[in-house]
Structure formats: C-alpha cells, structure tokens
Design a protein around this ligand. Structure first.
Ligand code: SF4
Ligand code: SF4
Length: 164
C-alpha cells in the first residue's frame, strides 16, 4: 500500500521510527508476548515489516497487542516497541484504516461519553447495592457530556468517526 501523504513509514514515526532500526532480531519481544501465544501477533516480525513496508498499517496483528509492555521492558536494545505500535495505529487511523468494531466504540464515546455506556442491567445492579442507578460520570452530568463532545470536536474525532 502507499501512504496518502508520504511514502516513508519510518520517517512518519517521529518518536520511535529510528528506534525500530536498532532491532537486532533477538526475539525476546515475541518470546515475552502473552498475546502472541493466542493470536496472529508476532511482534518481532511486525517491527521488521514496519521497517520495509507501509502495508504493516493494514496488518490485522497491529491490533492484537494488549499494550502490556512486557516486550518493551525486556528489549535489550531499549526499543519503544509499544510506543511504535501506538504510532502505527495512529497512522493507520489517519489513513482511514478503522475497523468496524473500533468505529462502534468511537461512536459510543461520541454519543455517551463512555466507550461502554451503562445499561439497564448494570443500573439495576447498582440500585440493588444501594447506589444511584447512574454513576457520577457524564451519565449523571449532561453538561459534562457536552464538554466531552466539545473536546472530541476540537481534535476532530467526530469527523474521523463520520468518515466511512
Ligand atoms: S527484543 Fe528488541 S531487539 Fe530483540 S527482536 Fe524485539 S525489538 Fe528487536
Ligand atoms: S505490549 Fe503488545 S506486543 Fe508487547 S508483549 Fe504486550 S501484547 Fe505483546
């Protein structure tokens, strides 16, 4: 794939692009990765791909990382592995690569101020415990929700979610 604005992925990764080039492929990161035991994620290979191929942005495994930081803490070269993942994810979204599930979470955030808004079942559980049905978050403070919406509009998150 080619990037919309610039062809060089590493140059776009200001914080960690040059870090990735220090990788010596020892495999400590992938050997430490709990997610890699259960998913398609091979973090060493993903970083290698990032060095050579902007197609990494549409690689499903980019989203399999749980950001536990095991790999980053253990990397003998001190590479900001998780930071690189965050940068690649941000670039992917800027390129319009947004999975339907992620878009749904974004839409919930825009509408309710929560990625997981409270539902009837949880309201009933709260009441059974003697709590107010709604927690003291934007659920209880509509004016707070308006502030959240303003914040998201100021960083154009709302536009991002409406682009299909
Ligand atoms: S642990 Fe660090 S140096 Fe080793 S393969 Fe992973 S990123 Fe590269
Ligand atoms: S931060 Fe991500 S890539 Fe690193 S060990 Fe955890 S799940 Fe694996």
């Amino acid at each position: 794939m080619s990037l919309r604005n610039e062809p060089n992925l590493i140059s776009l990764m200001e914080g960690t692009g040059s870090d990735i080039l220090k990788c010596m492929h020892c495999g400590v990161c992938s050997g430490s990765c709990p997610s890699g035991r259960h998913t398609s994620l091979n973090i060493r290979r993903l970083l290698k791909k990032a060095r050579n191929d902007a197609g990494v942005l549409s690689d499903d495994s980019l989203w399999m990382c749980t950001t536990c930081y095991n790999c980053q803490e253990r990397c003998p070269r001190g590479i900001g592995i998780v930071d690189a993942i965050f940068e690649m994810r941000a670039l992917a979204v800027r390129e319009g690569i947004i999975y339907p599930e992620h878009r749904k979470v974004g839409e919930l955030l825009l509408e309710h101020g929560h990625a997981v808004p409270i539902d009837e079942e949880n309201m009933a559980k709260r009441e059974a415990l003697g709590l107010a049905p709604l927690p003291p978050t934007v659920h209880s403070f509509p004016e707070g929700l308006e502030e959240v919406k303003k914040l998201m509009a100021s960083c154009r998150f709302d536009e991002l979610m409406s682009e299909k």
